[in-house]
Write a protein of this length. Sequence first.
Length: 292
Amino acid sequence: MSQAQAPLRTLRIGCEFNHVAQSAVPASFLVRPAVDTAVLRELWTTDPVIETARYTDLYGNEIRRVMLPPGQSLVSYYAVVEVPDELDAADASAPVNSPEDLPDDTLVFTLPSRYCQSDMLSGSAWNLFGDHDRNYTMVAAIQDWVWNHLEYRTGSTGSFWTAKDSFESGYGVCRDFAHLMVTLCRAMNVPARYCSGYLPDMDVPVLPTPMDFHAWVEVYLGDRWWTFDPRHNARRKGHVPIGRGRDATDLAMVTTWGSPWLRRLTVWADEDEVDQWPPADTSFEARNPFED
């Protein structure tokens, strides 16, 4: 008998990037949910109208390329998606695989990367977790340690900040929690990849801070990838992945080959059913909160 499917819940997600540029600037955007997300309807839009091109990167993430015009521009993505009404899956018995038994496409996620210097933290990782049973519970212990070791400080780090910096300083933002957990898992020869996406406050207290993109971790155990969220140290509902990669190097939400000013970034991830979604009017004038 097949296992019953979890009931589904509907989310609105989306983002708006308002740039100001002195001259035309090439840019790329990584904001559409990953292919394993159930997207019911969606809309890409720009104001002024800009031609866009689409390609898939090395990790299967969908990228949109545009040329931002001089002056003000608004690049927006809106979608309605379905997510299971259940917590992230867990299985305490899921085993850590021996390196020789790992699938080929997981091996890259055992190696050091720009922000995840697992080679530099290998000794510390084995001292901390080397005595654990090599299964899901060890990875959960790594997540718990990261959550207790790091203090969340909004805006405290930047593109220069690595997992080693977080390990030594004891603070960071959500991407730093993810980077440090990825690093410690890789140091233990456990494939781990960095994930970014949307995370609504489903069945948990709503955070007082504005909604933003979120970063978490996927770890390969047994025969599948499992979701871990070291920023919250809890299984959550509603993770909507946008991209997966080695670390934040692979998953910038916007990349510009120039220096436009990002005047405003707005992100939505909630169950609001009051407003029409996607919005009926997606023009810059209608979506500009700085104008009455």
